[in-house]
Design a protein around this ligand. Structure first.
Ligand code: SIN
Length: 306
Protein backbone atom coordinates (compact mmCIF):
# COMPACT_ATOMS: atom_id res chain seq x y z
CA UNK A 1 0.00 0.00 0.00
CA UNK A 2 2.80 2.36 1.18
CA UNK A 3 4.88 1.29 -1.85
CA UNK A 4 1.93 2.02 -4.18
CA UNK A 5 1.54 5.50 -2.65
CA UNK A 6 5.24 6.26 -3.10
CA UNK A 7 5.24 5.22 -6.77
CA UNK A 8 2.05 7.28 -7.38
CA UNK A 9 3.75 10.31 -5.74
CA UNK A 10 6.87 9.69 -7.86
CA UNK A 11 4.82 9.45 -11.08
CA UNK A 12 3.03 12.67 -10.15
CA UNK A 13 6.36 14.44 -9.47
CA UNK A 14 7.81 13.25 -12.81
CA UNK A 15 4.71 14.38 -14.67
CA UNK A 16 4.97 17.81 -13.00
CA UNK A 17 8.67 18.11 -13.91
CA UNK A 18 7.85 17.15 -17.48
CA UNK A 19 5.23 19.90 -17.59
CA UNK A 20 7.71 22.41 -16.18
CA UNK A 21 10.30 21.34 -18.80
CA UNK A 22 7.76 21.62 -21.66
CA UNK A 23 6.58 24.97 -20.28
CA UNK A 24 10.20 26.16 -20.16
CA UNK A 25 10.76 25.08 -23.76
CA UNK A 26 7.64 26.97 -24.91
CA UNK A 27 8.79 30.00 -22.89
CA UNK A 28 12.30 29.80 -24.41
CA UNK A 29 10.83 29.60 -27.89
CA UNK A 30 8.55 32.57 -27.30
CA UNK A 31 11.44 34.59 -25.89
CA UNK A 32 13.61 33.72 -28.85
CA UNK A 33 10.93 34.62 -31.37
CA UNK A 34 10.03 37.85 -29.57
CA UNK A 35 13.61 38.94 -29.28
CA UNK A 36 14.66 38.55 -32.91
CA UNK A 37 17.26 40.94 -34.20
CA UNK A 38 16.91 43.43 -37.08
CA UNK A 39 20.17 44.53 -38.72
CA UNK A 40 20.30 47.15 -41.49
CA UNK A 41 22.11 46.11 -44.69
CA UNK A 42 22.56 49.66 -46.01
CA UNK A 43 21.62 53.09 -44.61
CA UNK A 44 18.93 53.39 -47.31
CA UNK A 45 17.17 50.07 -47.76
CA UNK A 46 17.07 46.48 -46.50
CA UNK A 47 17.48 44.71 -43.18
CA UNK A 48 18.24 41.14 -42.14
CA UNK A 49 16.14 39.54 -39.43
CA UNK A 50 17.60 36.71 -37.35
CA UNK A 51 16.08 34.57 -34.62
CA UNK A 52 12.57 33.89 -35.85
CA UNK A 53 10.97 30.81 -37.39
CA UNK A 54 8.42 31.99 -39.95
CA UNK A 55 6.83 28.54 -40.23
CA UNK A 56 5.35 29.03 -36.73
CA UNK A 57 2.31 31.24 -36.17
CA UNK A 58 3.48 34.78 -35.37
CA UNK A 59 2.58 36.24 -32.00
CA UNK A 60 0.87 39.63 -32.20
CA UNK A 61 4.03 41.20 -30.82
CA UNK A 62 6.26 39.59 -33.48
CA UNK A 63 3.76 40.54 -36.18
CA UNK A 64 3.93 44.19 -35.08
CA UNK A 65 7.75 44.13 -34.95
CA UNK A 66 8.04 42.57 -38.41
CA UNK A 67 5.57 45.10 -39.80
CA UNK A 68 7.63 47.92 -38.24
CA UNK A 69 10.86 46.49 -39.66
CA UNK A 70 9.26 46.32 -43.11
CA UNK A 71 7.97 49.88 -42.89
CA UNK A 72 11.38 51.16 -41.72
CA UNK A 73 13.55 49.18 -44.16
CA UNK A 74 11.23 48.56 -47.18
CA UNK A 75 12.57 45.03 -47.61
CA UNK A 76 13.48 42.48 -44.95
CA UNK A 77 15.39 39.25 -45.37
CA UNK A 78 15.37 35.96 -43.45
CA UNK A 79 17.67 32.92 -43.76
CA UNK A 80 17.03 29.20 -43.18
CA UNK A 81 13.25 29.23 -43.36
CA UNK A 82 11.57 25.91 -44.10
CA UNK A 83 8.10 26.95 -45.17
CA UNK A 84 5.47 24.65 -46.62
CA UNK A 85 3.13 26.36 -49.12
CA UNK A 86 0.39 26.38 -46.43
CA UNK A 87 2.74 28.00 -43.88
CA UNK A 88 3.88 30.52 -46.49
CA UNK A 89 0.26 31.52 -47.19
CA UNK A 90 -0.57 31.63 -43.47
CA UNK A 91 2.36 34.00 -42.96
CA UNK A 92 1.14 36.25 -45.78
CA UNK A 93 -2.41 36.27 -44.40
CA UNK A 94 -1.20 37.73 -41.11
CA UNK A 95 -0.43 40.90 -43.12
CA UNK A 96 -3.58 41.01 -45.28
CA UNK A 97 -5.65 39.20 -47.88
CA UNK A 98 -3.68 37.37 -50.54
CA UNK A 99 -3.49 38.84 -54.02
CA UNK A 100 -4.35 36.70 -57.04
CA UNK A 101 -2.11 37.42 -60.01
CA UNK A 102 -4.16 38.67 -62.99
CA UNK A 103 -2.00 37.04 -65.69
CA UNK A 104 -2.08 33.28 -66.23
CA UNK A 105 1.49 32.68 -65.05
CA UNK A 106 2.91 29.56 -63.41
CA UNK A 107 1.20 28.70 -60.15
CA UNK A 108 1.77 25.85 -57.71
CA UNK A 109 -0.54 22.85 -58.19
CA UNK A 110 -3.50 24.94 -59.31
CA UNK A 111 -3.23 27.23 -56.27
CA UNK A 112 -3.52 30.78 -57.63
CA UNK A 113 -2.24 32.22 -54.32
CA UNK A 114 1.26 30.82 -54.92
CA UNK A 115 3.26 32.01 -57.91
CA UNK A 116 6.13 29.83 -59.09
CA UNK A 117 9.43 31.60 -59.57
CA UNK A 118 11.44 29.09 -61.55
CA UNK A 119 14.22 29.17 -64.07
CA UNK A 120 16.19 26.37 -65.68
CA UNK A 121 18.08 25.46 -68.82
CA UNK A 122 14.83 25.65 -70.85
CA UNK A 123 13.81 29.13 -69.70
CA UNK A 124 13.53 31.89 -72.27
CA UNK A 125 12.88 34.62 -69.71
CA UNK A 126 12.51 34.99 -65.97
CA UNK A 127 10.06 36.74 -63.69
CA UNK A 128 11.04 40.25 -62.67
CA UNK A 129 14.12 40.80 -64.83
CA UNK A 130 13.28 44.48 -65.34
CA UNK A 131 12.95 47.02 -62.49
CA UNK A 132 9.36 47.02 -61.21
CA UNK A 133 6.86 47.15 -58.40
CA UNK A 134 4.81 43.94 -58.49
CA UNK A 135 1.68 44.03 -60.67
CA UNK A 136 1.54 47.85 -60.68
CA UNK A 137 -0.85 47.45 -63.65
CA UNK A 138 -3.60 46.40 -61.21
CA UNK A 139 -6.06 49.07 -60.11
CA UNK A 140 -5.22 47.98 -56.56
CA UNK A 141 -1.59 46.82 -56.84
CA UNK A 142 -0.27 44.41 -54.19
CA UNK A 143 0.93 45.96 -50.96
CA UNK A 144 3.78 43.52 -50.40
CA UNK A 145 5.31 40.25 -51.61
CA UNK A 146 6.96 37.39 -49.75
CA UNK A 147 9.39 35.35 -51.85
CA UNK A 148 10.77 32.04 -50.58
CA UNK A 149 13.61 30.70 -52.71
CA UNK A 150 14.43 27.04 -52.10
CA UNK A 151 16.91 26.28 -54.85
CA UNK A 152 19.67 28.66 -55.92
CA UNK A 153 22.31 28.52 -58.65
CA UNK A 154 25.93 27.88 -57.55
CA UNK A 155 26.55 31.61 -57.96
CA UNK A 156 24.40 34.51 -59.18
CA UNK A 157 20.62 35.01 -59.17
CA UNK A 158 20.74 37.96 -56.73
CA UNK A 159 17.84 40.40 -56.44
CA UNK A 160 18.27 44.20 -56.32
CA UNK A 161 15.89 46.40 -54.34
CA UNK A 162 15.61 50.20 -54.57
CA UNK A 163 14.10 52.81 -52.24
CA UNK A 164 11.51 54.95 -54.05
CA UNK A 165 11.18 57.47 -51.19
CA UNK A 166 14.89 58.17 -51.47
CA UNK A 167 14.65 58.47 -55.27
CA UNK A 168 11.78 60.95 -54.94
CA UNK A 169 13.41 62.98 -52.18
CA UNK A 170 16.63 63.27 -54.19
CA UNK A 171 14.85 65.12 -57.03
CA UNK A 172 14.95 68.93 -57.15
CA UNK A 173 11.99 70.79 -55.66
CA UNK A 174 11.13 72.04 -59.16
CA UNK A 175 10.96 68.49 -60.53
CA UNK A 176 8.92 67.32 -57.51
CA UNK A 177 6.46 70.16 -58.09
CA UNK A 178 6.23 69.25 -61.78
CA UNK A 179 5.51 65.57 -61.01
CA UNK A 180 2.85 66.31 -58.35
CA UNK A 181 -0.56 65.79 -59.98
CA UNK A 182 0.76 63.80 -62.99
CA UNK A 183 -0.64 60.33 -63.59
CA UNK A 184 0.69 57.42 -65.67
CA UNK A 185 -0.71 54.36 -67.40
CA UNK A 186 0.56 50.97 -66.16
CA UNK A 187 -0.22 48.27 -68.72
CA UNK A 188 0.07 44.53 -68.02
CA UNK A 189 0.34 43.71 -71.72
CA UNK A 190 3.80 45.26 -71.78
CA UNK A 191 5.14 42.53 -69.51
CA UNK A 192 2.76 39.59 -69.67
CA UNK A 193 2.06 39.33 -73.39
CA UNK A 194 3.40 36.06 -74.71
CA UNK A 195 3.87 34.59 -71.23
CA UNK A 196 0.43 33.02 -70.76
CA UNK A 197 0.58 29.30 -70.10
CA UNK A 198 -2.44 28.66 -72.38
CA UNK A 199 -1.47 30.37 -75.65
CA UNK A 200 -4.82 29.80 -77.34
CA UNK A 201 -6.62 31.82 -74.66
CA UNK A 202 -7.30 35.47 -75.43
CA UNK A 203 -5.57 36.97 -72.44
CA UNK A 204 -6.88 40.17 -70.95
CA UNK A 205 -4.31 42.20 -69.11
CA UNK A 206 -4.97 44.70 -66.37
CA UNK A 207 -4.32 48.36 -67.04
CA UNK A 208 -4.53 51.19 -64.55
CA UNK A 209 -3.83 54.90 -64.19
CA UNK A 210 -1.83 55.79 -61.07
CA UNK A 211 -0.20 58.94 -59.69
CA UNK A 212 3.44 59.30 -60.73
CA UNK A 213 4.21 60.12 -57.09
CA UNK A 214 2.46 57.91 -54.58
CA UNK A 215 1.82 58.65 -50.91
CA UNK A 216 2.45 55.70 -48.63
CA UNK A 217 -0.74 55.13 -46.61
CA UNK A 218 1.15 54.31 -43.39
CA UNK A 219 4.20 56.59 -43.41
CA UNK A 220 2.58 59.48 -45.33
CA UNK A 221 5.86 59.82 -47.28
CA UNK A 222 5.90 60.29 -51.04
CA UNK A 223 7.61 57.82 -53.38
CA UNK A 224 8.13 57.58 -57.14
CA UNK A 225 5.66 55.12 -58.62
CA UNK A 226 6.63 54.53 -62.27
CA UNK A 227 8.60 51.52 -63.47
CA UNK A 228 10.11 50.13 -66.66
CA UNK A 229 8.10 46.92 -66.56
CA UNK A 230 4.58 48.34 -66.59
CA UNK A 231 4.48 52.14 -67.02
CA UNK A 232 3.81 53.10 -70.64
CA UNK A 233 2.76 56.74 -70.69
CA UNK A 234 2.38 59.87 -68.59
CA UNK A 235 -1.18 60.92 -69.35
CA UNK A 236 -0.85 64.72 -69.22
CA UNK A 237 2.22 64.94 -71.52
CA UNK A 238 2.78 64.62 -75.24
CA UNK A 239 4.19 61.23 -76.25
CA UNK A 240 7.74 62.45 -76.85
CA UNK A 241 7.71 64.35 -73.53
CA UNK A 242 6.38 61.29 -71.71
CA UNK A 243 9.09 59.03 -73.21
CA UNK A 244 11.84 61.48 -72.24
CA UNK A 245 10.57 62.08 -68.69
CA UNK A 246 9.99 58.39 -67.97
CA UNK A 247 13.47 57.51 -69.20
CA UNK A 248 14.97 60.22 -66.99
CA UNK A 249 13.02 58.92 -63.99
CA UNK A 250 13.93 55.27 -64.68
CA UNK A 251 17.64 56.11 -64.83
CA UNK A 252 17.33 58.14 -61.65
CA UNK A 253 15.46 55.36 -59.82
CA UNK A 254 18.13 52.84 -60.80
CA UNK A 255 21.04 54.67 -59.19
CA UNK A 256 23.05 52.33 -56.94
CA UNK A 257 22.90 54.59 -53.87
CA UNK A 258 19.16 53.88 -53.58
CA UNK A 259 19.75 50.11 -53.66
CA UNK A 260 20.65 46.99 -51.76
CA UNK A 261 21.51 43.64 -53.29
CA UNK A 262 20.41 40.33 -51.77
CA UNK A 263 22.39 37.14 -52.27
CA UNK A 264 20.05 34.19 -51.89
CA UNK A 265 20.82 30.93 -50.11
CA UNK A 266 18.52 27.90 -50.14
CA UNK A 267 15.48 28.73 -47.95
CA UNK A 268 15.99 32.47 -47.80
CA UNK A 269 12.91 34.70 -47.67
CA UNK A 270 12.60 38.30 -48.88
CA UNK A 271 9.57 40.36 -47.85
CA UNK A 272 9.21 43.74 -49.60
CA UNK A 273 6.80 46.69 -49.64
CA UNK A 274 5.69 47.34 -53.23
CA UNK A 275 4.35 50.80 -52.34
CA UNK A 276 7.79 52.31 -51.81
CA UNK A 277 10.33 49.82 -53.23
CA UNK A 278 11.12 48.43 -56.66
CA UNK A 279 13.13 45.31 -57.42
CA UNK A 280 14.92 43.52 -60.23
CA UNK A 281 15.90 39.85 -60.44
CA UNK A 282 19.25 39.16 -62.11
CA UNK A 283 19.48 36.35 -64.66
CA UNK A 284 23.21 35.83 -64.75
CA UNK A 285 23.13 32.10 -63.95
CA UNK A 286 21.81 30.44 -67.13
CA UNK A 287 21.61 27.42 -67.60
CA UNK A 288 21.45 26.78 -63.83
CA UNK A 289 18.23 26.35 -61.86
CA UNK A 290 16.61 28.70 -59.40
CA UNK A 291 13.30 27.79 -57.78
CA UNK A 292 10.91 29.38 -55.28
CA UNK A 293 7.37 30.41 -54.38
CA UNK A 294 5.90 33.89 -54.04
CA UNK A 295 2.88 34.86 -51.96
CA UNK A 296 1.60 38.37 -52.63
CA UNK A 297 -0.45 40.52 -50.26
CA UNK A 298 -3.33 42.61 -51.59
CA UNK A 299 -3.10 46.40 -51.49
CA UNK A 300 -5.08 49.62 -51.92
CA UNK A 301 -5.55 52.06 -54.76
CA UNK A 302 -2.51 54.39 -54.94
CA UNK A 303 -3.13 58.07 -54.14
CA UNK A 304 -1.06 61.25 -53.95
CA UNK A 305 -1.15 63.83 -51.18
CA UNK A 306 1.22 66.81 -51.27
C1 SIN B 1 9.73 38.86 -58.58
O1 SIN B 1 9.75 39.87 -59.26
O2 SIN B 1 8.86 38.62 -57.77
C2 SIN B 1 10.88 37.86 -58.68
C3 SIN B 1 12.05 38.33 -57.92
C4 SIN B 1 13.14 37.30 -57.89
O3 SIN B 1 13.01 36.23 -58.46
O4 SIN B 1 14.17 37.55 -57.24
Amino acid sequence: MQKGLISAQKACFEAKSRLVRVGKRVEDRAMTSESFSVRKLTPTIGAKIDGIDLSQPLTDKDLARIRDALIDNLVIFFRDQNLTPAQHKALGRRFGDLHIHPAPLGILDGDAEIILVQTDENSRRIAGEVWHSDVSCDVNPPMASILHIMEVPPVGGDTLFANMYAAYEDLSISMRNFLAGLTAIHDGRRNYDGRQTAPSREAEYPRAEHPVVRTHPITGRNALFVNRMFTTRIVQLKEAESIALLEMLYRHIERPEFQCRFRWQPNSVAFWDNRCAQHQALWDYFPNRRYGHRVTIAGDRPFYRS
